[in-house]
Design a protein around this ligand. Structure first.
Ligand code: GLY
Ligand code: MN
Ligand code: MN
Length: 424
């Protein structure tokens, strides 16, 4: 749990970043239509959640900063018995004021009038500059006369780069559940089952443990399907003698986990599978070891490319010199993605990779990122030794940057050949 005290201190940090004589506005997420009159399960907008912990829709958060003070206001949907009969209880303004330590709580229908008041004599307005939401269009109308429009999301994105101890605990909790799910999949995989059966087992463990949802659509890809990076059909049978790539992580109370394991159907790696697997694993371990403050993600990427190229040359997947393969990006056919990304409230956390001047942001104590090298060899790739064709491998862990190095938050999820084979 993130305490209300922490949410308040986040609001305080954001307020410090706003210029004097300005107003900042954030809106809650809207329900998204799935089809006709059915909706996807509601999920609060990440930045709104980061600043409030408030999970209802039809809400907004407003900062009003003058030379003398900063005031924070929450707008919530007003109590409505008829609506609540269908859609569940709402907190309402009075209760929200008790729960959320803001200067005042109003109902959302008071917003248009209040915002006019707040904007009087102000110079700047912060909001989500990239939003297509019609609420923003109305807001812009209100703010036509203001000198400057600035992006509130990029200010929050910068704050989200560093995770607090409470946030790290949330990620650890998500990972405990994800660990159980991956181990269950290792135990239950069997030739003849369908990929979606394993997906169901994994997501059952998520739900059983109170994880709201998966943090992204689970990938359960057997054999050549693993070579489609965003394969989500998960509808093929598990084939004896093949590998299954499972990229699945739960979201626990708004915090993500993102884990990939690649395991053999029926529990035994073949010689060729093992050669490739241990090559990728060795790269993953070496890159994780590089994680510490001041190192740049691009350095991790460069090193991963070099190590993967070396491995692919050794195994006869690439030919020629190391330098040429790197320079001509020959590896991209087999390793087309990045080495990792920030992770937090969003699986691909909405935090910058560069400062405003274009310089890369180095790793810092309290950041969380994934490390996820992979190798993908299509079944019809005649340039590669036959024994490796149709194999796709990715190994992904979630890493916390610490003061002197790193902590692998997912280190207890089975990963070596021996550990994985123990499950069958
Ligand atoms: N599961 C999404 C990713 O690995 O980036
Ligand atoms: Mn990832
Ligand atoms: Mn992943």
């Amino acid at each position: 749990m993130i305490s209300q005290k922490e949410y308040k201190s986040r609001r305080k940090s954001l307020a410090k970043r706003l210029s004097v004589n300005s107003v900042g506005v954030l809106y809650s997420a809207k329900y998204k239509t799935r089809s006709n009159d059915t909706e996807y399960p509601y999920r609060q907008e990440s930045n709104f959640y980061y600043l409030t912990g408030f999970k209802e829709d039809n809400a907004s958060l407003v900062f009003v900063k003058t030379k003398a003070s900063v005031k924070t206001f929450l707008f919530v949907q007003k109590k409505d018995e008829a609506l609540e009969l269908w859609n569940g209880k709402r907190l309402g303004a009075k209760e929200a004021k008790k729960e959320f330590d803001v200067d005042a709580v109003y109902t959302s229908d008071e917003f248009p009038q209040k915002i006019e008041e707040f904007l009087k004599d102000k110079h700047g307005l912060y909001f989500d500059l990239n939003s297509q939401d019609e609420r923003i269009t109305t807001l812009k109308e209100h703010a036509k006369t203001l000198k400057s429009h600035k992006d509130i999301m990029s200010e929050i994105a910068n704050m989200r780069l560093i995770k607090s101890p409470a946030e790290i605990m949330m990620i650890q909790k998500a990972l405990e559940i994800t660990q159980e799910a991956h181990h269950k999949a290792m135990k239950l995989q069997k030739a003849g089952k369908k990929e979606y059966e394993l997906q169901a087992e994994i997501e059952y463990i998520f739900k059983k443990n109170g994880a709201y949802s998966d943090a992204y659509t689970s990938i359960v890809a057997c054999a050549n399907a693993a070579n489609t990076l965003h394969y989500v059909e998960n509808n093929k049978p598990l084939l004896d003698g093949e590998l299954i790539l499972i990229d699945a992580g739960c979201e626990y109370d708004y915090y993500a986990s993102d884990i990939t394991r690649t395991i053999p159907v029926n529990g035994r790696f073949s010689k060729a599978q093992r050669e490739l697997y241990e090559m990728v694993l060795d790269v993953e371990l070496q890159i994780i070891k590089m994680v510490k403050p001041k190192v740049k993600r691009s350095e991790l990427q460069t090193k991963a490319v070099k190590l993967l190229c070396k491995g692919m040359l050794r195994l006869g997947i690439l030919k020629g010199s190391l330098e040429k393969n790197i320079k001509k990006e020959k590896y991209k056919k087999y390793y087309p993605h990045g080495i990792g990304h920030w992770m937090g409230i969003d699986v691909h956390d909405q935090c910058p990779y560069k400062y405003e001047n274009g310089d890369e942001i180095p790793l810092m104590n309290g950041m969380v990122l994934t490390i996820e090298p992979g190798i993908y060899i299509d079944k019809d790739d005649k340039k590669v030794p036959k024994k490796y064709r149709g194999i796709g491998i990715r190994i992904e862990d979630d890493i916390l940057v610490t003061k002197n190095g790193y902590e692998n938050l997912s280190m207890r999820i089975a990963k070596t050949v021996k550990e994985i084979q123990r499950f069958s």
